[in-house]
Design a protein around this ligand. Structure first.
Ligand SMILES: Cc1cc2nc3c(=O)[nH]c(=O)nc-3n(C[C@H](O)[C@H](O)[C@H](O)COP(=O)(O)OP(=O)(O)OC[C@H]3O[C@@H](n4cnc5c(N)ncnc54)[C@H](O)[C@@H]3O)c2cc1C
Length: 563
C-alpha cells in the first residue's frame, strides 16, 4: 500500500479545506489535502455566489455582519479576479413596507461598519430597470458576485505553490486511531484513490476535518460525535442576466429573497429544509414555485423568465451535543478541538460558516493547529494575493473581449459561456481532470442556456485528442476495460475514465439532472433539440459502450444537482 507522511492532513476540498491548506502551508507546515471527488464538489460548488457585505446579517447577527464586511474587504485584494464588483441593493418591496426593519437595517449596518447609502427609487430604477417600480426604499451596500469555482481553484493553486500536496478523487475511508481509551489520538487516515482504485495510507501529526456536511461522518470514524443537521437550499438560474447588482429584500432573511448576477445569468435563492440524505437531494415542485413567486416581488415578470437550471446545496448546520466550552468561536462557524471536547487528540473539526468568511475560518483553525503542533510563521493570508489576483476584478464582458481581441471565434467550444479550445486544453493539462463535469467547474463548460447541447460532443473530442497525445488509444482503452471490468491497473482505469462515450454520457446525464425540475416553455424546446442531437443523430444511447458502467458512475448518477 502506498504510504505518505505529513504534518497536517486536511480532509475536504471545499473552500474551507482549501483555505486551511493554503494558510497552513504558508505558515510552513507540511500539508496534504484529500478530496473525495473534484475540488468544489460539495456545498462550495453549489452555493448562491454572493460575496456578502454583511448586510444580510446586520439586524439578525451583528458578529456575522462584522465578519463578512471584514473578509469582503480582504478578499477583494487577495482574490480580486474571482470577484465581480457588482455592488448590491437592499430593496423595500410593498410586502415589506410596514415593518421597522429598514430603520433597524440602517442602524445595524452602521454598527457593523458596513457602508450603506440610501438612494432614491428613481436612481435605483435607472441603474436596474427591471426592479419592481413599486419599491419604497433602496439601500446600496458593497455586496458582490463571487465565482466560487475560481476562488477554490485559485486558493488550491496558492496552497500548492506554498508546498501543499492536493489529492482529488481520494476518499477518506477510515481514520487511524492509536492509544487506549484514556489517551486516544488520531495518527492519520486510510484513503481510497478512486481513480487508480488503490488504498493510500497517510500518516499525519494532526488531522483537520473540513468535510462540510460530511464532517459528522469523518468524526464518527474516530468514534467522536459531531452532530450535523444538513439544511438543503435550492437555487434557480435564469437564462440571462436580469440585474447587474445583487438584489436583496430588506426584511428578515427568508426564502427566495436574494437575486445574484453571476456571469451571464442571475441566480435566485434560497430555501432551508432539513434533509437526512446528503447524496440524494431532490428538488420539490413547491421549492421551484416558491422561488418564482418570491422573485416576482423583486422583478415583475420573473415567473415567466426562462429558467435554465435548478440545483441544491447543503448547509452543514452544527448542533452541539457534547458538554464543553471549547466550541463556537463565532455563532456562524464551529471549531472543535476533539482533544478538549472528546478526549481524542490530534483531531480538529471546522464546519459551518460562509464562503465569504472562509479565510478567517482557516486562520482560526490553523491558529489552533499551531497551538497543538508548535508555532510556526504567523498567518499571512490576509495580505497574500493568490495567483491571478493581479488581473483585478472580472466583468461581464471579459470573455467576449478576449474572444474578439484574439479572433478566437472559430475556436469556440461552448458558445453560451464563450469557452475556447485553448481554455479547455489548459484546464485538462493543469488539473487532474476525470470527467467533463470537472471541466465544467474549471471553465463553465455547458453552464449556459443549451446546458451542454452543442459543446458536449465537441469537448469530448478535444479531451479525447489530448488523451491520445498521451498515448492512449480509444480502442485499446475500451477493449482493456471491457475485458478487465473491476481491474486495478493504472492503464485500465485511466482508459475507462477517458473513454469518450462515457465522458459524453456522464456529462449529459449530469446536465439533465438540473434541467429536469424546470423543463417547461423555452427550456423544454431546448431539451427537445438536445435530445434530437444526442439520441437521434448521435445515437448516444447505443454507442459501443452503452452497456458499460463508468468507474465514477456512482458519483455521477446521484440525484443531487449543481449549477
Ligand atoms: C444553498 C446555499 C447557498 C449558500 N450561499 C452562500 C453565498 O451566497 N455566500 C456565502 O458566502 N456562503 C454561502 N453559502 C455557504 C457556503 O457555501 C458554505 O459555507 C461553504 O461552501 C462550505 O464550504 P466547506 O468547504 O466547509 O464545505 P464543502 O464545500 O461541502 O466541502 C466539503 C468537502 O469535503 C469532501 N468530503 C466529504 N467526505 C469526504 C471524505 N470521506 N474524503 C474526502 N473528502 C470528503 C466533500 O466532497 C466536499 O467537497 C451557501 C450555502 C448553501 C447551502
Amino acid at each position: 500500500m502506498k504510504t505518505l507522511t505529513t504534518e497536517i492532513l486536511v480532509i475536504g476540498g471545499g473552500v474551507t479545506g482549501a483555505g486551511v491548506a493554503w494558510d497552513a502551508a504558508l505558515r510552513g507546515f507540511d500539508v496534504i489535502l484529500v478530496e473525495q471527488r473534484d475540488v468544489g464538489h460539495g456545498t462550495s460548488g453549489r452555493f448562491h455566489g454572493l460575496l456578502h457585505s454583511g448586510g444580510r446579517y446586520a439586524v439578525k447577527d451583528a458578529i456575522s455582519a462584522q465578519e463578512c464586511i471584514h473578509e469582503n474587504r480582504i478578499l477583494r485584494q487577495t482574490h480580486a479576479h474571482c470577484i465581480e464588483d457588482t455592488g448590491g441593493f437592499f430593496v423595500v418591496t410593498p410586502e415589506d413596507a410596514q415593518s421597522d426593519y429598514p430603520q433597524r437595517f440602517v442602524q445595524g449596518c452602521a454598527q457593523a461598519g458596513i457602508p450603506c447609502d440610501e438612494i432614491s427609487v428613481a436612481a435605483a430604477l435607472r441603474l436596474e430597470p427591471r426592479l419592481n417600480p413599486a419599491i419604497n426604499q433602496v439601500f446600496a451596500v458593497p455586496d458582490a458576485s463571487v465565482d466560487g469555482f475560481k476562488l477554490i481553484h485559485a486558493t488550491m493553486q496558492a496552497a500548492r505553490l506554498a508546498g501543499a500536496r492536493i489529492f482529488t478523487y481520494h476518499q477518506v475511508v477510515s481514520l487511524l486511531v492509536a492509544g487506549d481509551d484514556d489517551a486516544r489520538r488520531v495518527i492519520g487516515a486510510q484513503v481510497q484513490d478512486v481513480v487508480r482504485d488503490e488504498r493510500v495510507l497517510i500518516h499525519a501529526a494532526l488531522v483537520i476535518n473540513a468535510a462540510g456536511a460530511w464532517s459528522g461522518r469523518i468524526a464518527a470514524m474516530a468514534d467522536v460525535s459531531v452532530d450535523i443537521v444538513p439544511g438543503k437550499g435550492v437555487m434557480l438560474a435564469t437564462a440571462h442576466r436580469l440585474v447587474n447588482r445583487v438584489i436583496n429584500r430588506c426584511k428578515w432573511p427568508g426564502d427566495g429573497d436574494i437575486l445574484v448576477p453571476a456571469h451571464t445569468v442571475s441566480i435566485i435563492g434560497t430555501t432551508d429544509t432539513a434533509v437526512s440524505d446528503l447524496e440524494h437531494l431532490t428538488i420539490e415542485e413547491w421549492e421551484i414555485q416558491k422561488m418564482l413567486t418570491e422573485g416576482e416581488k423583486m422583478i415583475p415578470g420573473f415567473a415567466q423568465t426562462r429558467i435554465l437550471r435548478a440545483w441544491a446545496g447543503v448547509r452543514p448546520l452544527y448542533r452541539e451535543t457534547a458538554v464543553s466550552d471549547d466550541r463556537d468561536i463565532s455563532r456562524k462557524f464551529t471549531l472543535l478541538n476533539h482533544h478538549v471536547r472528546d478526549g481524542v487528540a490530534r483531531l480538529i473539526t471546522i464546519t459551518g460558516g460562509k464562503l465569504t468568511t472562509f479565510r478567517m475560518m482557516a486562520e482560526r483553525t490553523v491558529d489552533l493547529a499551531a497551538a497543538i503542533l508548535g508555532p510556526r510563521r504567523p498567518c499571512t493570508t490576509a495580505s497574500t494575493p493568490v495567483p491571478g489576483a493581479e488581473k483585478g476584478a472580472y466583468w461581464l464582458g471579459h470573455r467576449l473581449q478576449d474572444v474578439e481581441r484574439n479572433r478566437w471565434q472559430n475556436q469556440l467550444i461552448c458558445e453560451c459561456e464563450l469557452v475556447t479550445r485553448g481554455m479547455l486544453e489548459d484546464a485538462v493539462r493543469q488539473n487532474p481532470t476525470v470527467g467533463l463535469d470537472d471541466l465544467r467547474r474549471d471553465v463553465r463548460l455547458g453552464m449556459g442556456p443549451c446546458q451542454g447541447g452543442f459543446c458536449t460532443y465537441r469537448a469530448v473530442g478535444v479531451v479525447h485528442e489530448l488523451k491520445l497525445e498521451k498515448g492512449l488509444s480509444a480502442e485499446t482503452g475500451n477493449a482493456a476495460w471491457a475485458s478487465e471490468q473491476g481491474g486495478s491497473s493504472d492503464t485500465v482505469r485511466a482508459s475507462q475514465l477517458y473513454n469518450p462515450n462515457l465522458l459524453l454520457r456522464d456529462f449529459l446525464q449530469e446536465r439533465w439532472k438540473g434541467v429536469r425540475p424546470i423543463v417547461w416553455g423555452q427550456q423544454l424546446k431546448q431539451e427537445a433539440l438536445d435530445q434530437l442531437i444526442y439520441l437521434s443523430i448521435l445515437n448516444a444511447d447505443h454507442l459501443p459502450d452503452a452497456q458499460l458502467k463508468s468507474p465514477l458512475s456512482d458519483f455521477y448518477h446521484q440525484e443531487s444537482t449543481d449549477a
